[in-house]
Design a protein around this ligand. Structure first.
Ligand code: NAP
Length: 247
């Protein structure tokens, strides 16, 4: 048996270029920071402003808009000559029970959370092929699998990411591209800060670990999937939920 490889070398992204959407958000900024700490150059994409740190390249873009995504990749191509990692964290909620959910709330969430992934992949895959391979991580949610009161649009968009991600994994594996999905349970971020205390208490009760997750928990899973440490892992859904959903 050959000696075990150095774990830190397997987690290294030295010389790699990563693109992170939603990079000014709670989870996205932690993801961008951990990829940068592993040695990657990171391009940060957000609606308004971006940048997990002063060292990151900032690309403002509405990821739900096909023309804006195309322009963003043109700007990306002027700054970087390769793409190795894409982590899609951008996402929104517009909650209402189905019979009170207006069409804008439905399409807005589907376009921002799901159409965006299709648009990003269309541009990212040729760049990763040219780089000889790559890793894509789509941030879904445990609510994709279990459904959630008031979140028909959100749960549908996040479930769509799983189907899209698995199909992309099948289509791009031959080019050395891996595509995986991370499904967080409740994580302490701005998205969840305004939730009523009873909802947070329920999430804590549901969790086998009895706690709400931290953005670092998701970032560490993202780094694992982005790095050579997970070289033979593709088409998977990795729940980072403290055992909130076990099925
Ligand atoms: P967050 O803090 O609200 O961050 C969301 C990010 O998405 C922001 O950076 C925002 O950019 C960006 N964004 C929104 N719409 C965009 C658009 N049209 N184009 C480009 N960027 C856009 O949310 P978070 O809690 O970190 O969540 C990150 C991801 O994890 C989301 O996909 C969410 O669904 C998922 N998730 C979160 C939890 C949780 O408990 N927090 C659980 C499961 C899954 P601006 O700041 O510029 O608007």
């Amino acid at each position: 048996m050959s000696p075990a490889p150095d774990p830190s070398a397997l987690l290294s992204l030295e010389g790699r270029v990563a693109l992170v959407t939603g990079a000014s958000g709670g989870i996205g900024s932690a993801v961008a920071e951990s990829l940068r700490a592993a040695g990657a150059e990171v391009a940060c994409v957000d609606l308004e402003r971006a940048g997990a740190s002063a060292e990151a390249e900032s690309l403002a873009c509405d990821v739900s808009d096909p023309a804006a995504v195309e322009r963003m990749f043109e700007r990306f191509g002027k700054r970087f000559d390769r793409l190795d990692v894409l982590v899609h964290c951008a996402g929104i909620t517009r909650d209402a029970v189905l019979w009170k959910m207006d069409h804008d709330a439905w399409t807005g969430v589907l376009r921002t959370n799901l159409d965006s992934a299709y648009l990003l992949l269309r541009h990212a895959v040729p760049l990763m092929r040219a780089a000889g391979g790559g890793s894509v991580v789509l941030i879904s949610s445990i609510n994709a699998e279990r459904g959630k009161l008031g979140q028909a649009n959100y749960a549908a968009s996040k479930a769509g990411l799983i189907g899209l991600g698995r199909t992309a994994a099948r289509e791009t594996g031959r080019f050395g591209i891996r595509v995986n999905v991370v499904s967080p349970g409740m994580i302490d971020t701005a998205m969840t800060a305004s939730l009523p205390d009873e909802i947070k208490a329920r999430a804590r009760q549901e969790s086998a670990l009895g706690k709400i997750g931290r953005v670092e928990d998701v970032a560490q899973a993202g780094l694992f999937l982005a790095s050579p440490m997970s070289d033979h892992v593709t088409g998977q859904v990795l729940r980072v939920d403290g055992g909130q959903l076990m099925a």
